[in-house]
Design a binder for this molecule. Structure first.
Ligand code: GCV
Length: 666
């Protein structure tokens, strides 16, 4: 009897003290707003309990604040006053105040002035209408197309709230590999229902469109962009959309890439296609985001292709077309140099596309905090207009004056209770939004904000875990593909290693195409003596990248093919360096486990255990990566492993047999 009482007592105590947390609240406090509220009422609900807060909405531009989304926060007569030119500006101010209070700050006496660096801060969902998500690792799509427009999942508003809290103001709902069905009238009514939920949170909807829609949906016999009937079909479709959704944002288009149709099917150019769509949207104020992610079967270097295709079209795009360019020239690798199109197309609006979903960085199994990757690209100097022409400066409108400026991230969100699969993948959604608002924030500051709001303000938790987050992306680079190696993933799913992979449908989808290892050396010669992709960069970068002694170590094998015994700046051979970098990655992954174990008890058990088990898998997969890559490369180098490297624990032939069960990953 006594024992029963004790057990009962302990159970109640445990339930009261350690609230189980499935991560569904993200970084946000309990939601006090309700469906159907207007923007200012939502803002009011968000600052409830934060003392005396007043809102001022005035059409006059506030000093030091630009654009409709900016705001000021001031202290006046003991009150906190949020002022903005629009209700949504006030909402952003309310989230700022909420963040300050929840991260331990108090509303300061000095004035806060905020304006976003990018006008359009967008998520791209690669969500299919059948509920699957391309490269999604957090369950099925949020959008319940079968139930819409009649039934509205409560998650739609939670999604809008989370986005607004970090300043995201637009969302492309469907996959760039787009079905024409999304433009059918019944689907447009579903899209309208979502737009209505998102609007009070300042979020506009956009759609990915299939370039062949006039044929596939409209029954026309061509989708040629220069055909008058085709242009009329799109104009009519645009009228229909805007009739339902007056603030519809526009179209995103993947054309003539990976099997998608496009203007080249009719002998037309990308600008012909983009401008035709842009003209359909222009009367309504919509934009076209035209992707630069293309291939050229006749080119011998995948990294050159977007630049070669688009550079000649500079100046040929209409004013409401923005070219959407992936951060690097290949495809969201753990590390790439920035795409040379940035800065090079002076008479074209350009936006950066990042990937938030971790297609090439361990899916939702591995912890990789991506703010350092985003900032590495945004802070990179293109030298397009001399020193200081960073990717951020040439895309955010400060150098070109082009408006609206825009930035996009491929979403990592799904139906999983914690939205993103891995609890720490939430930080990548969060940091994308924060950097889109202000790319001058540091990765550390953003990580710290996120940790304090998502887990606890206990410094004994925040400091070590922040360190782990900041080291995590580099660790992934080290144990997957250090020194500028890239795209040596297993076929298709892009989770594990397969450096020996050569039978791809296209050569530039294989691994051997990229690392080119043989007995004489390793790496891709992209110098002026090779494919000359270095020549696509402005001086002095092209000279720096061209010379192995000047090229940063972390891009060495991206730009150079070098012998295994090449002497690196530290005096070691390339082979030894490569081995030790892989080892450093493994060591870091193991260190993450120790850091995480050290904070046990500081947060709820549910999330603690979840992350702990994922870190265990990450460390073991890091060993898999190291062994697979080094044992395989050793068959070419013929060199012994250096003393500082742990010996492999796997056998190469065994590793070659691994076929992952993709159900765990998609
Ligand atoms: C949406 C990569 C991905 C594809 C993706 C493509 C793209 O190749 O593996 O899944 O397709 O990029 O960005 O269009």
């Amino acid at each position: 009897m006594n024992r029963l009482l004790i057990v009962l007592g302990l159970t109640i105590f445990a339930a009261l003290t350690a609230r189980a947390d499935d991560g569904s609240d993200l970084w946000l406090p309990p939601d006090r707003a309700r469906a159907g509220m207007e923007t200012l009422d939502i803002a009011r609900a968000e600052v409830e309990g934060i003392g005396d807060v007043e809102f001022h909405v005035s059409a006059d531009v506030l000093p030091g604040v630009t654009g409709p989304d900016g705001y000021t926060i001031t202290r006046q007569n003991g009150k906190t006053v949020i002022s903005a030119v629009s209700p949504v500006g006030v909402l952003y101010g309310a989230y700022h105040l909420q963040r300050l209070v929840r991260t331990g700050g108090v509303p300061p006496e000095s004035v806060i002035r905020e304006s976003p660096r990018y006008d359009l801060r967008l998520l791209n969902h690669w969500d299919n209408l059948d509920g699957t998500v391309e490269r999604g690792y957090a369950g099925h799509s949020l959008w319940q197309w079968d139930e819409l427009p009649g039934t509205l999942s409560p998650r739609y508003r939670q999604y809008a709230r989370a986005n607004a809290s970090v300043g995201i103001n637009g969302t492309v709902l469907n996959n760039v590999n787009a079905t024409p069905l999304i433009l059918r009238t019944d689907y447009l009514h579903k899209v309208k229902a979502l737009a209505d939920v998102f609007r009070p949170y300042g979020i506009k909807v956009y759609l990915s469109v299939n370039f062949s829609s006039p044929v596939l949906l409209g029954g026309l016999d061509t989708s040629d962009p220069l055909d008058a009937g085709v242009a009329a079909w799109w104009a009519e479709k645009a009228d229909e959309i805007y009739g339902l959704i007056p603030d519809f944002g526009g179209f995103l288009v993947k054309a003539n890439s990976e099997g998608q149709p496009g203007p080249q099917d009719y002998g037309r150019t990308h600008s012909d296609g983009a401008n035709m769509l842009a003209r359909a949207l222009a009367p309504h104020g919509g934009i076209v985001m035209w992707r630069a992610f293309v291939y050229d079967p006749d080119s011998d270097d995948r990294a050159r292709q977007a630049y070669d295709e688009f550079i000649g079209l500079d100046g040929r795009f209409d004013g409401n077309v923005i070219l959407q360019v992936k951060n690097g020239p290949i495809d969201f690798q753990p590390r790439e140099p920035f795409n040379p199109l940035f800065g090079a197309m002076e008479r074209t609006r350009l936006m950066v596309e990042f990937q938030i979903t971790q297609e090439y960085l361990g899916h939702s199994v591995q912890l990789a905090y991506l703010a350092p990757l985003y900032k590495e690209c945004l802070d990179a100097d293109t030298y397009a207009h001399g020193r200081g022409s960073t990717v951020a400066a040439v895309t955010d409108g400060t150098m070109s004056g082009y408006r609206p400026s825009a930035i996009a991230g491929v979403a990592n969100i799904g139906l999983d209770a914690n939205w993103t699969g891995h609890h720490f993948a939430q930080a990548n959604w969060y940091c994308f939004g924060r950097l889109a608002w202000d790319h001058t924030l540091s990765s550390g500051q953003i990580a710290e904000e996120w940790l304090r709001m998502t887990f606890t303000g206990d410094d004994g938790f925040v400091e070590p875990v922040k360190r782990m987050m900041l080291a995590s992306r580099e660790a992934v680079v080290d144990y997957m593909m250090p020194l500028g190696l890239h795209h040596i993933f297993a076929e298709g799913h892009h989770y594990g290693p397969e450096p020996w992979y050569k039978q791809a449908v296209r050569p530039d989808w294989s691994s051997v195409y990229y690392h080119r290892a043989d007995s004489t050396g390793i790496g891709f010669d992209r110098t002026s003596a090779g494919s000359n992709s270095t020549g696509q960069y402005f001086p002095p970068l092209r000279e720096i990248f061209d010379d192995p002694s000047l090229c940063p170590d972390n891009l060495l094998l991206w730009f150079h093919r070098l012998p295994w015994d090449y002497r690196m700046a530290n005096g070691d051979t390339l082979w030894d360096n490569l081995c030790l970098r892989y080892q450093a990655g493994v060591d870091a992954a193991r260190e993450f486990q120790k850091i995480w174990d050290s904070i046990e008890g500081k947060i709820d058990r549910e999330r603690f255990l979840h992350v702990q088990s994922r870190l265990r898998r990450q460390a073991s997969d890091a060993v898999w990566w190291r062994d697979a890559c080094l044992l395989y490369f050793q068959t070419h180098s013929g060199m012994p492993f250096p003393p500082g490297m742990e010996r492999p624990v796997h056998d190469l032939d065994e590793l070659k047999q691994i076929r992952l069960d993709l159900k765990h990953h998609n």
